[in-house]
Design a protein around this ligand. Structure first.
Ligand SMILES: C[S@@+](CC[C@H](N)C(=O)[O-])C[C@H]1O[C@@H](n2cnc3c(N)ncnc32)[C@H](O)[C@@H]1O
Length: 182
């Protein structure tokens, strides 16, 4: 219903997550200082509320999203239909462990309450770094308490994946791991 939303229950899960996680997702996006021309990647976008916000901020950029769930791709596409049809937003079903993008494509990347359900978080983080620009590419992975993700060991995990300047930021509704892809 939430981790890898599927079928009718999955669709319902998307509606619940849109309500529960919107404010936190916006706060994670704020930490990335999105610029109008930025190319941004969101992994595990779920209902697509974060994609919607990103498309408002990167008005002349490009927003891509990868989610494992067909139902979430449909829900997020419906929520962002105009921007998808205009080519500003590109939402695909897929997996973070094998991203369909060239090296050095994105200025910023994020995921909210998603890493804890990836099959292999280390491979996923390495893939995210691969597709990010190595000059000032910024990543933000946010977690609310309901994700069950502990902050223990996260700095080491990001460092092992090749990120630098890794820091953990506490916010009102959860915490966020920030780092640079250099
Ligand atoms: C708990 S939901 C969070 C959704 C949304 N970010 C939010 O905060 O409301 C986790 C999302 O990650 C996606 N996901 C799970 N494993 C994934 C993987 N290996 N690659 C990409 N997305 C994945 C799920 O399909 C789901 O949409």
């Amino acid at each position: 219903m939430f981790g890898r939303p599927k079928g009718m229950l999955g669709r319902f899960g998307g509606i619940i997550m849109a309500r529960m996680n919107k404010e936190f997702t916006y706060s994670v996006i704020d930490l990335l200082d999105i610029e109008p021309n930025d190319r941004v990647l969101e992994i595990g976008f779920g209902s697509g509320v974060g994609i919607h916000r990103l498309a408002q901020l990167a008005l002349t950029g490009y927003i891509a999203g990868i989610d494992y769930s067909k139902e979430m791709v449909e829900q997020a596409t419906a929520r962002n239909l105009k921007k998808v049809e205009a080519g500003l937003v590109d939402l695909r079903q897929g997996s973070v462990e094998s991203l369909p993008f060239e090296n050095n494509t994105f200025d910023k990347a994020l995921a909210v309450n998603s890493m804890q359900v990836w099959s292999d978080a280390s491979i996923g983080l390495r893939e995210m770094r691969r597709v990010m620009k190595k000059v000032d590419g910024r990543i933000a992975l946010g977690f609310t308490p309901y994700s069950g993700q502990s902050s223990n060991g996260l700095i080491q995990m990001f460092t092992n994946a090749g990120f630098t300047e890794v820091q953990l930021v506490e916010t009102e509704r959860g915490f966020c791991a920030l780092a640079i892809a250099s």
